[in-house]
Design a protein around this ligand. Structure first.
Ligand code: NAP
Length: 264
């Protein structure tokens, strides 16, 4: 049985992860890391699952006392990086859904994982349907290189564009020539109207209450358009991916970035 700690158990994602880990007979939830309620049990906090699981504020204390195998992090980029560094220092494998890490962060964490030979997974999107959307987008961009991405999320999301949109853009630029899209002389009358520029590809971020996580990738060609769309309708959509990552991370001795690399 794999012993698991979850950081961010009061968050939207963390709550679902607590339920998923608790319900899985191959996993045991041995602790949670929360900036409130240090020293209490989860069952003593009104808005947490009624479990006999210890709450820690200090990540190192939590990892050392629980002797866990895996740390699932669903917090913020700053906390997530701190938690991953502590996990590497304590021989614990991180499975990270937190988004907003910079390329430099990922490189630094990857180098540490490699030098310590500790497996880790960071996945900007744990929804298996979203990974398929990224793969299909890469396939389509070979034939239809003019593409724009519209991502839509709830208005509590801190980072923009989403990790999924950036990853999709990165995968598309791997298969197409660098190019500027739109009219060569186009001008924004209102700053930001054309969205963010990723190697000529435009990414537009929508933030509204009521949304969860949605992305549309629009390809344009002579007399035709193609739209690929994925919708996460609620946070349970991410749990099969987190479960797969927990099962897989125990067999890794490097950091893997992106769920697509562990899906056959
Ligand atoms: P959320 O509802 O805001 O939850 C984040 C939780 O982390 C909050 O409860 C927050 O506590 C807690 N937190 C912040 N700093 C902490 C620390 N130092 N130690 C412990 N807990 C800390 O956000 P969410 O929607 O659950 O998303 C969490 C992260 O996952 C975000 O980065 C989001 O973009 C990402 N995400 C990833 C996927 C994926 O598939 N990979 C899917 C959805 C979301 P307070 O409430 O006290 O601030």
């Amino acid at each position: 049985m794999l012993k698991i700690v979850i950081a961010g158990p009061r968050g939207n994602m963390g709550r679902e992860a607590v339920k998923m880990v608790h319900a899985d007979s191959n996993f045991q939830l041995v602790g949670v890391v929360d900036i409130e309620h240090d020293g209490l049990k989860m069952k003593e906090v009104p808005d947490m699952e009624p479990l006999d699981v210890q709450i820690y504020e200090n990540i190192t204390e939590c990892l050392q006392q629980t002797k866990c195998d895996i740390l699932i992090d669903l917090t913020s980029p700053k906390a997530g990086k701190k938690h991953m560094l502590a996990a590497f220092d304590n021989g614990v494998r991180p499975v990270v859904g937190t988004t907003g890490f910079t390329e430099e962060d990922v490189k630094e964490l990857s180098d540490i994982a490699q030098s310590k030979q500790i497996g880790a997974i960071i996945a900007p999107n744990f929804a298996i349907g979203a990974i398929l959307m990224m793969k299909f987008s890469q396939m389509a961009a070979r034939y239809m290189p003019h593409v724009e991405i519209i991502e839509q999320h709830h208005d509590r999301k801190l980072d923009a564009p989403s990790g999924t949109a950036v990853k999709t853009a990165q995968m598309i630029t791997e298969v197409r020539q660098s190019m500027k899209q739109g009219h060569p002389d186009e001008e924004e009358q209102l700053k930001g109207a054309r969205g963010a520029d990723y190697d000529g590809l435009r990414i537009h971020s929508v933030r509204l209450p009521g949304l969860v996580a949605h992305q549309e990738v629009i390809f344009g060609g002579e007399g035709q358009t193609l739209k690929l769309r994925h919708d996460s309708l609620n946070r349970t959509s991410f749990m099969p991916g987190i479960k797969l990552a927990c099962e897989t991370v125990m067999k890794l001795d490097v950091l893997v970035y992106g769920l697509e690399h562990i899906m056959e």
